[in-house]
Design a protein around this ligand. Sequence first.
Ligand SMILES: Cc1cc2nc3c(=O)[nH]c(=O)nc-3n(C[C@H](O)[C@H](O)[C@H](O)COP(=O)(O)O)c2cc1C
Length: 179
Amino acid sequence: MRILAFAASNSSKSINKQLVAHAADVLKADIITDADIEMLDINDYEMPIYSSDREEAGGIPDLAHQFAAKIGAADALLISFAEHNGYYSAAYKNLFDWTSRIDGKVYQDKPMVILATSPGPGGAASVLGSAKTSAPYFGADVKADLSVASFYDVFDMENGRIKDADIQAKLEAALATLK
Ligand SMILES: Cc1cc2nc3c(=O)[nH]c(=O)nc-3n(C[C@H](O)[C@H](O)[C@H](O)COP(=O)(O)O)c2cc1C
């Protein structure tokens, strides 16, 4: 089973990248042991800010096609969303917008588990809720979602693991829906 995993953040210190990397490790170690997991960095898909003028002048950048092809080649997706002012990071929204110009079904009907975390008590639940609510419009088959609040309190940065047993159990249950 081919899993494409990424954080919807362009931060080199992204906590969502740390969370999704941990989730990928758990998935491979305990849940789908033959999973072939690719970690993608959205920084590798940075494009000029979407504009209809740019699209008319130059078409859709090849990077958007490459990102769509990565999704297309996967059997399932694992995404952790950073929350900026209640919504997607501008970096991910731009990638999403360009990719949606190829096909509105950006997620290509793939099963997916969506996560989100923030340093505060809100756990990036707003962006996670938006991603979940809008999922059907973008061909996303969301199997499970999990918001992790107060990331720095619950995550052991040194060892890359969740300290809180209850949250770890919830993560494992969410990942198991991809089996
Ligand atoms: C412009 C900006 C807006 C933010 N807005 C929110 C917000 O609405 N809710 C929230 O919980 N955190 C917010 N944060 C804090 C982010 O959750 C925090 O920076 C987090 O580390 C982002 O995830 P990342 O590390 O994966 O990029 C914001 C941060 C920035 C820079």
